[in-house]
Ligand binder design. Sequence first.
Ligand code: GP9
Length: 410
Amino acid sequence: EYERNELRDKFSQNQEIQKKSPYFGKYKGKNIIIVQAESLNTFPIGLSIEGKKVTPVMDELIKGSHYYPNSFTQIGRGNTSDAEFVANNSIYPMAPKGVYKGFPNNDYLSLPNVLKEIGYKVSATHGNSPEFWNRQQAYKKQGFTSFYHIDHPKIKKDELIGLGLSDESMFDQMAEIYKEEKKPFYNFIITLTNHRPFEMPSKYQYLKLPDEFKGTATGNYLQSVHYFDTVLGKFIDQLKAEGIWDESIFVLYGDHYGPIPKDEAEIKQLLGITFNEKERLRIPIIIHYPGETEGVADSRVSSQMDIYPTLTSVLGIEQPLVQFGMPLYASGQGFAGFAYETTRYSFYSDNYDYKAAHNGAFEAGTCYDNFAGKQVDVEFCRKGYDKLVNDIELSTKLLENNLIRDLFKK
Ligand code: GP9
């Protein structure tokens, strides 16, 4: 037995906050399209090189959307698949091999399950083998009823780049599939082309870069991000032409970092950007609501686990859920917690950033005051750290004992 009532109370408080918001139920019944963008950091967005924008499409999209540039990835050992899990479940993913491999058969109160239960058609899309990251098996319990992967009979393998089907082909094919899809639907797309080593075929190197970028890891990454941005623009145009755009909530976010620590000096030299650990873990979240034309950029700290509560609240979902995140329109929690190697707990927040030491002991870590702009006594980070430890331990307990649905059983 476990403290079922206490935990029910904890999670229903989150639900109560959502219900009191003016956004609660504002977009009830709308389709949901989520694009989890492979390797997309925040720093290329809004960047221009010699007058050429790297992400003109996303820059334009942001102008009419809710934009959270200061969000952070929360992946564990499951990398891309953990980002999927966090965004769709709002639970910390601290399983030794990643949640999809570690706990594929649990009973989840995930976004696809919850939407399926209220009549949505739910599907996932990924242009690679269905076994990668154990998705095929894990998606059953996540609640996806269709999975459009590279070997799916409806998917044409008409263009392969890097790890699988090109993003352009995948977007084109999904835009066609949506026409026939029963409404409302939820489709979760995991893009693939912008993957390490980021070397695009020359015909897709659309971005004009100065000579000093040629053949560099930074140049390749920007070129690949620019390709993603270009084909995303085509996808959005197709959705508009089909009348789907105005009937759908569109969410785009980065799963995890693109460049790696060894690229730090080159990024500094070529772009003047300090690609330190915080910049590396920073990912964008963009949400476009139907009919929205005025953009809101909110630079408070948020995280991938804030996506699910944002969606359930704007959709007016009343049922009790296990969510460690908070709605983004209320700026999440001003907090983004994660764990290096699943054991060393760190966080970024509006006030303080806490970085774990190698031995993981709280006192050995460092606490940085973002307002004062300097390192402070580690005790200032105690509260945030305790909350994080508590939430990660609770997430792990819920996963290891398959308690998520059990919690709300009558
Ligand atoms: C593999 C793709 C990439 O299917 O999702 O995963 P990653 O290597 O980024 O974890």
